[in-house]
Design a protein around this ligand. Structure first.
Ligand SMILES: *[C@@H]1O[C@H](CO)[C@@H](O)[C@H](O)[C@H]1NC(C)=O
Length: 253
C-alpha cells in the first residue's frame, strides 16, 4: 500500500515538474507531448501550465461579464488570433456585442470540449456563439472522429446555452491541396449538424480558396493562420449570416 502511494507521488511530481515551463510553452516544438487524450470526442484537458491559466482567465472573464457577453468566439489559434492580426477588425465589428474570444492556440476538439464543460460558459447567455474547431485534430484523428468531436461540442453548447444560436463555421482551407480535400470532406460531415434553427453551418472556404488555390494574402506563410486581411475577409463574409441570425433572434423575442 505504502509502496503504491510512493509510486503515485513520484508520478505526480514528474508530471508537475513537466508542466512548469514558464515561457515558450505556447510554441512548444513537441505539440504531442502535452496533448492529453488523442480521442477527439472525449473531453480532455491539456497539461501545459499556460493552457490551464488561459482556461482559468476565460472562466474569470465569464464570471465577471456573464450578463454582457452577447457574442462568443470558441476555437483554436485561428480564433485566438482575432486578438492579434484580427484585433482591429474584431473591435470594429464585435465590440458592440461585448464579444468574448475564447480561442486557445493548438486546441483540438477534445480540449475545447473540456473547457466548455469546466466553467468557461457557465451562466452565459450570448445571442450567438461562433465556433471554428477541428484543424488541429488532423494529425491524429480520422475524419469521422473529428466530426464526432465537433458534434460533441455542438451538443454540449446546445445543452448549456439553450437560447444561443450557434454559427458553426466550416474548417478553413489550409496549406496543401491534400489538406484542403480533407477540410472539404470533414465540412461535408459537420454540415449535417445544421438544424436550420439554432445551429447554422457556414463555410468561409470560398473566400479563402478560389479556383483551386489558397488566397495567400489572407494567410500567414504557414498557410494555416490568417493575416489581418484574412480576418477582415472573415468578418465581411460572416456579416450577412450574422445579421440574418440576429434578426431571427430579435423577431422571436
Ligand atoms: C486591440 O484594439 C483595441 C481597440 O482598438 C486596443 O485598445 C488594444 O490595445 C489592441 N490590442 C492589441 C493587442 O493590439
Amino acid at each position: 500500500m505504502e509502496f503504491l502511494v510512493i509510486i503515485f507521488l513520484i508520478f505526480y511530481l514528474l508530471n508537475h515538474l513537466q508542466e512548469n515551463c514558464v515561457s515558450g510553452c505556447m510554441k512548444s516544438s513537441d505539440p504531442t507531448k502535452n496533448v492529453g487524450s488523442y480521442d477527439a470526442f472525449t473531453p480532455s484537458p491539456r497539461k501545459e501550465a499556460w493552457w490551464l491559466e488561459k482556461h482559468l482567465s476565460h472562466v474569470e472573464h465569464s464570471q465577471k461579464n456573464f450578463e454582457n457577453i452577447k457574442l462568443l468566439f470558441l476555437g483554436d489559434s485561428i480564433t485566438h488570433e482575432w486578438n492579434e492580426d484580427g484585433n482591429y477588425t474584431f473591435h470594429k465589428y464585435y465590440a458592440k456585442y461585448n464579444a468574448a474570444n475564447y480561442g486557445v492556440p493548438a486546441d483540438r476538439t477534445q480540449h475545447l470540449l473540456w473547457r466548455i464543460r469546466n466553467g468557461e460558459i457557465h451562466n452565459l447567455n450570448p445571442l450567438m456563439v461562433v465556433l471554428l474547431i477541428g484543424t488541429n485534430n488532423f494529425g491524429h484523428n480520422k475524419d469521422m472522429e473529428i466530426f464526432k468531436g465537433v458534434k460533441a461540442i455542438v451538443i454540449e453548447l446546445r445543452r448549456r446555452l439553450p437560447h444561443s444560436k450557434i454559427l458553426l463555421l466550416g474548417i478553413l482551407p489550409r496549406s496543401t491541396d491534400t489538406a484542403t480535400k480533407r477540410v472539404n470532406a470533414i465540412n461535408k460531415l459537420i454540415m449535417q449538424l445544421d438544424d436550420d434553427l439554432m445551429v447554422w453551418f457556414f463555410d468561409l472556404g470560398r473566400y479563402f480558396y478560389i479556383e483551386d488555390h489558397l488566397v495567400t494574402e489572407l494567410y500567414h506563410q504557414d498557410l494555416l493562420h490568417l493575416s489581418s486581411k484574412g480576418y477582415e475577409t472573415w468578418a465581411f463574409a460572416m456579416a450577412p449570416v450574422m445579421r440574418e441570425m440576429m434578426e431571427i433572434i430579435f423577431e422571436s423575442e
